[in-house]
Write a protein that binds this ligand. Structure first.
Ligand SMILES: Nc1ncnc2c1ncn2[C@@H]1O[C@H](COP(=O)(O)OP(=O)(O)OP(=O)(O)O)[C@@H](O)[C@H]1O
Ligand SMILES: [Mg+2]
Length: 390
């Protein structure tokens, strides 16, 4: 049943409207003045109000304004005197849903009330839709975030799976190397062949080194670590790293060049970490020559240093490792620096570049790569000579 508040100071009209509208199925509440009407409205909150305009004290326009102030969605129909168009217009301007003129004709009043009721029903429906929509959006958002969490979980599991598989393959290769070495050591001893024993022992030694490097790499990768900086000479770090890999390069007919900038003197870096970066980049470059299918090439790896000076960013150290080996396809390039990516089929962990990038970022530096399949690759590392806070 629709609640309807009727406000009119003329009691006979009020009573007549009460009777006829109650019989039309409305729950009628009556008030004889604007003030009384407002009090009832505030208490009972009817959605439909019928008010006379001309009343002593608070008139119908004021009543309309106050009601709209309390509940903008309430529908207010005003009753104006015959020919009082000014009041009718003023009422419409203040948000009345309709006006009817005196003397009140039943069919006009019923029509006006029906229209107002329809408006109320429509706005209620709209409100329900909006609330429903909000609820639906909330439900969808929840579902989405649950799906996302699931996805992250599955991805993480997949990553762990991939990592473990990659590492297991790598460790299996080390074990094969160790077994081979041990077999040679045993044979050398049994048959008294010192040369075989020595080679076998060399193999055992190299593979033990590999395991220890792997453990160190994993620790280095898994922990956040601030660089342990000290004043050092980058050119010396580069020379040291190149010397450590010279034999390996020679063994595979790769010429190792070194071009050092004499202007680059001291810097404040984590010496061991930067050496690790260089060893990773240079051994990758040597590998790129070993894996190159163009066996007619004269392979070369060049390691360069340069001190770059810029009015804006100050001094930057550039470390560059260039090779003319296999180069990379765009597909390989896109996967660089992603978790444990290696094309070396069990002979690499794919940790090298991850650690390299991590160390450089911990130093606040940058690493970039340029490569062309079949032609070669250049990795460039840029580091601040002395960080700005020093
Ligand atoms: N100079 C390069 N030329 C061509 N490909 C390269 C070069 N450097 C890196 N890559 C590619 O990037 C991959 C990842 O390198 P990364 O050093 O991270 O791992 P890895 O060398 O395979 O293994 P690890 O470093 O543990 O021996 C390599 O497997 C190789 O495919
Ligand atoms: Mg590597």
């Amino acid at each position: 049943m629709t609640k309807l508040l009727i406000i009119d100071d003329e009691r006979p009209i009020l009573e007549m409207l009460d009777i006829s509208l109650t019989s039309e199925g409305y729950e009628v509440i009556t008030a004889e003045s604007g003030n009384e009407g407002l009090k009832i409205f505030a208490k009972q909150g009817p959605k439909l109000v019928l008010t006379d305009i001309k009343m002593p004290g608070m008139d119908g326009i004021d009543v309309l304004k106050r009601i709209k102030g309390i509940d903008n969605e309430a529908e207010v129909i005003v009753i104006t005197g015959h020919g009082d168009m000014d009041s009718a217009i003023a009422a419409l301007q203040h948000g009345a849903s309709d006006f009817i003129t005196k003397p009140i004709r039943d069919e006009v009043l019923m029509l006006s009330l029906e229209r107002a009721k329809r408006k109320i029903a429509i706005s209620q429906q709209l409100k329900d839709y909006t609330e429903n929509l909000e609820q639906k959006v909330k439900e969808c958002t929840l579902e989405l975030s649950q799906a996302q969490e699931e996805l992250i979980k599955t991805e993480r599991l997949a990553t762990i799976g991939e990592t473990v598989a990659g590492l297991a393959h790598y460790i299996k290769n080390i074990l094969t190397g160790l077994r081979g070495g041990m077999y040679m050591v045993n044979t050398g001893m049994a048959k008294d062949k010192p040369r075989v024993l020595q080679d076998g022992w060399g193999m055992v030694h190299r593979n033990i080194e590999k395991v220890s490097d792997l453990v160190l790499d994993l620790l280095r990768y898994s922990k956040e670590r601030a660089p342990e900086r000290s004043v050092c000479r980058p050119n010396e770090i580069v020379s040291g790293a190149v010397e450590l890999l010279r034999d390996r390069a020679k063994e595979h007919r790769v010429k190792l060049n070194i071009v050092l900038d004499p202007n680059l003197k001291q810097a404040y870096l984590d010496r061991d970490a930067i050496q690790r970066v260089l060893l990773n980049l240079i051994s990758n470059a040597i590998d790129a020559c070993i894996y190159d299918t163009d066996t007619f090439k004269a392979w070369e790896v060049t390691v360069k240093t340069r001190l770059e000076t810029d009015a804006h960013s100050g001094e930057t150290i550039l470390l560059e490792v260039t090779d003319n080996g296999s180069g990379m396809t765009d597909e390989v390039k896109a996967k660089l620096f992603t978790r444990f990516f290696s094309t070396k089929d069990g002979r690499g962990t794919g940790l090298g570049l991850l650690i390299t990038q991590k160390i450089i970022h911990e130093h606040g530096g940058e690493i970039s790569v340029e490569s062309k399949a079949g032609e070669g690759t250049t990795f460039s590392v840029r580091l601040k000579s002395f960080p700005p806070f020093l």
